[in-house]
Write a protein that binds this ligand. Structure first.
Ligand code: NAP
Length: 241
């Protein structure tokens, strides 16, 4: 099937703050209609106002990615209203291991921490991909970007925030599976690490700006036809799984 050459519509989850907000800004700058996901109506409205304030045209949509059961119907309604989604950026995530961040041990981890992290960071993206990827495959065009983390690299796995680490390793595995299943037409599924970024999650000591943290995701979201699929990237270069 002849595919579209450039994306028209993108959905970014967790777009009301942090790196997601910046991904929306950079995609909108390229003339893409960007649906900015936020988990509640109030947060979506606040995000819409924040984008308008900086002169960015973005369409706020309500999408709680931890509500897996409701999501397929919500995404179908979003596509009915705004047209087919060509680009999905699975950005939303939580980091609730603690206390102690890197020091948070496996032996302190609660079942509740693990379950909530899994629901948001793994089941959430799995659900958005299952809902939107078939349409991309049928249309012969699509780009999916899974916002992962160096914390999920098995090649450099260490101690600290176990639930978060496991969730990002699982997201990387999902990326490979989805890329393999979507290997028809011009559909690409990739994962990226933004580096350590100054956001609520990254904290004030992080060296990177959200602008820098968003760059590789935006690059993957707008890859040309000959671009990679099934890869893991930071700073627009492959990194080990
Ligand atoms: P952040 O500042 O904590 O922002 C997270 C975003 O995800 C918020 O918009 C939050 O919305 C949203 N979110 C969380 N749970 C949600 C849900 N159930 N439904 C919808 N939205 C939800 O994080 P960030 O630093 O921008 O991180 C963005 C991505 O980069 C994440 O995938 C993170 O794991 C990854 N990452 C970040 C860093 C870093 O140094 N910052 C490093 C590596 C990877 P609310 O406002 O409603 O909570």
């Amino acid at each position: 099937m002849a595919g579209r050459k450039a994306p028209k519509t993108a959905l970014v989850t967790g777009a009301n703050r942090g790196i997601g907000f910046e991904i929306v800004r950079q995609l909108a700058e390229q003339g893409i209609t960007v649906l900015a996901g936020a988990r509640s109506d109030k947060k979506a409205q606040a995000a819409g106002a924040a984008f308008a304030k900086i002169g960015v045209t973005a369409v706020p949509v309500v999408l709680d990615i931890a509500a897996a059961k409701r999501m397929p119907a919500i995404l179908a309604e979003i596509e009915r209203r705004h047209g087919p989604i060509d680009v999905l950026v699975n950005n939303a995530a939580i980091l609730i291991d603690g206390p102690g961040g890197f020091g948070a041990s496996l032996f302190e981890m609660t079942d509740d921490t693990f379950r909530r992290t899994w629901e948001t960071n793994v089941l959430g993206p799995a659900t958005t991909m299952r809902a939107l990827l078939p349409g991309m495959i049928a249309r012969g065009f699509g780009r999916i970007v899974n916002m992962s983390s160096a914390a999920g690299q098995l090649s450099d796995m260490g101690s600290g925030f176990p639930a978060y680490r496991v969730s990002k390793t699982a997201l990387n595995a999902l990326t490979r599976i989805a890329a393999a299943e979507a290997a028809r037409g011009d559909v690409k599924v990739n994962a990226c690490s933004p580096g350590w970024v100054r956001t609520d999650m990254g904290g004030a000591d992080a060296p990177r700006t959200p602008e820098k943290g968003a760059e590789t995701a935006v690059w993957l979201a707008t890859l040309p036809t000959g671009g990679p699929t099934g890869g893991f990237f930071q700073d627009k270069a492959p990194i080990p799984w």
